[in-house]
Design a protein. Structure first.
Length: 82
């Protein structure tokens, strides 16, 4: 069973590395019997694309995701330095 999970995670990594998702810093690894997917993406649409790919490849497995959208807006206030 573990080999099957590792194979599916490797396939997910290949899909994430291909095409427009290739430049993302998204990681997938097996931890304590589940798959953890983490990373930062540039937009909400990109996040949805990553999560859709994860659901397709890892259906039926315990998956925890922490994929966040990068804050690219300029600050709305000055930074106070000590």
């Amino acid at each position: 069973m573990t080999e099957n999970v590792e194979y599916r995670v490797a396939r997910l990594r290949d899909r994430l590395a291909a095409g427009e998702l290739g430049e993302l810093g998204v990681r997938a690894e097996v931890r304590a019997g589940s798959v953890v997917v983490t990373g930062t993406v540039p937009s909400a649409g990109c996040r949805e694309s990553v999560l859709r790919t994860v659901r397709e490849e890892l259906a039926g497995l315990a998956v925890h995701t922490d994929v966040v959208v990068a804050q690219t807006a300029s600050p709305d206030h000055a930074e106070d330095l000590p």
